[in-house]
Design a protein around this ligand. Structure first.
Ligand code: NAP
Length: 271
């Protein structure tokens, strides 16, 4: 039973992903835009989502929103204490490695329970030609042997890793326009998912793409390019994910994170 005298539990979601928006919609007192939100924990909740501020017009989640870095793990620990956060959910992108490590350190320092939400990675199927690498540098090193017309979908922040590949042509897709350094021969396509297989097929054909580069984000919204590449016999360089920091529990779905919160708060209530 909710305790009327107690302030609402405060959940901080580190966001920037579809999963983070789905979780905020499920938890926030007045869910906005979620067709069927998961049942929220039974106590009253205050839900804040934190965004890095990388994208000029981010899709905003339900609940409260703060934007911008915290100033490292110490800054995040301070924020957790000053805003009386009861639980921290790392629902950042699987490749947002620094903030995930900061979250693990800050949660330990501030004694705040932490859970990571990570959608499953993609798995190659019959007909796929994948070259799995562990970094953007390795992806760049693999490219000259694989093709000359590259569809690069790893985001605008890592383009410097490909800037020395003067002999290759790049189609770069990103949400906001990239800044130098970047490959000298490139065309930029400003777009944001979800993408369709039909649309991806047309891109590969129109631009005569012979190799695709992607991070293993695992997102359904951006998986269509893998189907289109398979059909067209285009090889794919897949950058593997960094591991989740040691000791941090992980769930795959926002609904499981809501369940974890429910268990956490009801256990605390019974003490
Ligand atoms: P990152 O390298 O792990 O983090 C770099 C710094 O950005 C962090 O140290 C932190 O600054 C700040 N930061 C990152 N995420 C934040 C958040 N949710 N709220 C407040 N500050 C945050 O992160 P990134 O790879 O640049 O990604 C930034 C954001 O974009 C993440 O929220 C992520 O979910 C989203 N995103 C990333 C990718 C990707 O491919 N990396 C793709 C789609 C969306 P301080 O140290 O000052 O706190």
């Amino acid at each position: 039973m909710p305790d009327a005298a107690r302030p609402p539990r405060h959940v901080l979601i580190l966001g920037g992903t579809t999963e983070a928006r789905r979780l905020a919609a499920a938890l926030a007192p007045e869910p906005a835009g979620a067709p069927e939100p998961a049942p929220a924990p039974e106590c009253a909740l205050r839900v804040t989502t934190s965004l890095a501020g990388r994208v000029s017009a981010p899709r905003l989640p339900a609940g409260e929103v703060r934007i911008g870095g915290f100033g490292g793990p110490e800054g995040l620990a301070r924020w957790l204490r000053e805003h009386a956060v009861d639980a921290l959910i790392d629902a950042t992108h699987p490749f947002a490695d620094t903030i995930s490590h900061n979250a693990a350190l800050a949660a330990a320092t501030a004694h705040v329970p932490l859970l990571a939400v990570r959608r499953p990675g993609w798995v190659p199927g019959p007909g796929d030609t994948w070259h799995q690498v562990t970094s953007l540098d390795e992806a760049a090193a693999a490219l000259p042997a694989l093709g000359t017309r590259v569809f690069l979908t790893t985001g605008r922040m890592g383009l410097a890793h490909f800037a020395h590949l003067t002999g290759l042509w790049f189609l770069v897709r990103s949400v906001d326009a990239p800044e130098p350094p970047h490959p000298p021969r490139m065309e930029v396509l400003l777009d944001r998912g979800p993408f369709t297989v039909e649309g991806e097929r047309a891109l590969l054909r129109t631009h005569r793409i012979d190799v695709l580069v992607t991070k293993d984000s695992g997102a359904a919204a951006t998986a269509a390019k893998l189907t289109a590449a398979r059909e067209a016999g285009v090889p794919v360089v897949v950058v593997r994910r960094p591991p989740v920091p040691d000791g941090v529990p992980v769930v795959e779905e926002p609904e499981a994170a809501a369940e974890w919160l429910r268990g956490l708060f009801s256990a605390a209530d019974s003490h």
